[in-house]
Ligand binder design. Structure first.
Ligand SMILES: *Cc1c(COP(=O)(O)O)cnc(C)c1O
Length: 406
């Protein structure tokens, strides 16, 4: 029987050092060896189950990795000090100087900047493509290409990557398909759809309390071990390892992920449908008007819905700023970047999280000035939230008619 991801997570049952219901936290940077020979073997990578030093691995990090592998259906997972720590480790592990990456152009701003500006130092070149066009992607592949990179649901435009189709293309050229699944934990399982490596910013939905940054790489045991290799592992050598205390706290938060995702999705779908019916330009993959709606339906586990992210175009940056300030005043949430929090978060991506992307490229990909990105919270009464939001918009005279004519 094919157990669902949430069941697999639920079945991970640990006993702490004193029989506690949570595993004990490994509060050590270094570990003792009873024999000097075992220490040597561990350095050589020949001793399984031995801990050496916490930058390499720690029991708490392994527990969290096990939980992430359970939800993504991979052999194993490594955890990192941030999503960017995970992404940079994967890129540096898979690419040598002179190599090439084919990446979606609608990706998280930090990843875009890393690929566009930073890895240039190592002569790694990236072609940014429209990830919904297999033809364009295939044309971009060269003999030097080492991976295809995308986000399952992209930031901030919520473009849905057809992971099944991309995986077939990647296989044809023997390339790994690397998918950042930060926006759609549980609802999309990239590896089951043919992807090779899954990345998460745990900072967002998986942790869900906006109290830390963390990341993960889910994949084969071989790849995850290679990242930890003491001689050649990008994770080990670049040093973006997660702290054990934080790993333990994220693992506890992860236990409610399935319930939270359902509520985020339910609330976001409600607001998206309401505002669309009112005549506003809303982007949400759960709307039939969304270009990726059918693809998402094909890929997703319907019980978790279409996720907590939506965008609303209010016509101008001035409108966006005014509305965000008023909504914050009315306690609807926070004018803040990031996502996956229990309260609603909103920001104008063009001037914040996607500001790394040059203005003309932003416009080319449909990132307009008046766009507000919402990460919808776990609000108890979403009908009430809608009414308050609506009142804010009426007060500021942000009407659909005015936006269209602007
Ligand atoms: C936030 C985010 C990242 C970066 O994660 P950090 O934990 O902030 O380093 C990467 N990808 C996506 C899709 C994100 O939303």
């Amino acid at each position: 029987m094919n157990k669902s991801s949430a069941n697999k997570l639920q079945d991970l049952q640990y006993f702490g050092e004193f029989g506690g219901v949570n595993p004990s936290i490994s509060d050590s940077s270094t570990y003792t060896f009873l024999s000097a020979k075992t220490m040597f073997d561990t350095f050589e990578g020949n001793t399984e189950g031995c801990y050496l030093y916490s930058r390499h691995s720690s029991p708490s990090n392994l527990y969290l990795g096990e939980a992430l592998a359970a939800i993504e259906g991979t052999e194993t997972a490594n955890v990192y000090a941030s999503g960017m720590g995970a992404i940079s480790a994967v890129i540096m592990q898979l690419c040598d100087a002179g190599d090439h990456i084919v990446s979606s152009r609608t990706i998280y701003g930090g990843t875009y900047a890393l690929l566009k500006n930073f890895v240039k130092k190592f002569a790694i070149d990236t072609s940014f493509v429209d990830i919904t066009s297999l033809e364009i992607i295939e044309q971009a592949i060269t003999a030097k290409t080492k991976m295809i990179y995308c986000e399952s649901v992209s930031n901030p435009l919520l473009e849905v990557a057809d992971i099944q189709a991309l995986a077939l293309l990647a296989k044809k050229y023997n390339l790994p398909l690397v998918v950042d699944n930060t926006f759609s934990p549980l609802s999309i399982k990239p590896v089951a759809l043919g992807a090779d490596i899954v990345i998460h910013s745990l900072t967002k939905f998986i942790n869900g309390t906006s109290d830390c940054v963390a990341g993960a790489v889910c994949g084969t045991a071989e790849f995850c071990l290679s990242l930890k290799d003491v001689n050649n592992g990008a994770g080990m050598l670049l040093g973006s390892t997660l702290d054990s205390l934080r790993a333990a706290s994220i693992l506890k938060n992860m236990r409610t992920l399935h319930i939270r995702m359902q509520q985020h999705s339910k609330n976001a779908l409600f607001l998206a449908q309401k505002f669309e019916a009112d005549g506003y330009r809303v982007v949400y993959p759960g709307l039939t008007s969304h270009s990726g709606h059918e693809t998402m339906l094909k890929l997703m586990d319907a019980s978790y819905g279409f996720g907590g992210l939506m965008t609303l175009d209010v016509g101008s940056l001035e409108n966006a700023n005014g509305l965000m300030e008023l909504m914050q005043e009315k306690k609807l949430g926070y004018l803040a970047v990031s996502l996956g929090f229990y309260k609603t978060l909103f920001s104008a991506p063009g001037t914040s999280t996607s500001s790394e992307i040059p203005m003309e490229e932003q416009l080319a990909m449909g990132l307009s000035n008046g766009l507000i990105r919402f990460s919808i919270g776990l609000d108890n009464d979403i009908e009430r939230t809608y009414q308050i939001m609506k009142d804010c918009m009426t007060y500021l005279e942000i009407t659909p008619e005015k936006i269209i004519s602007a």
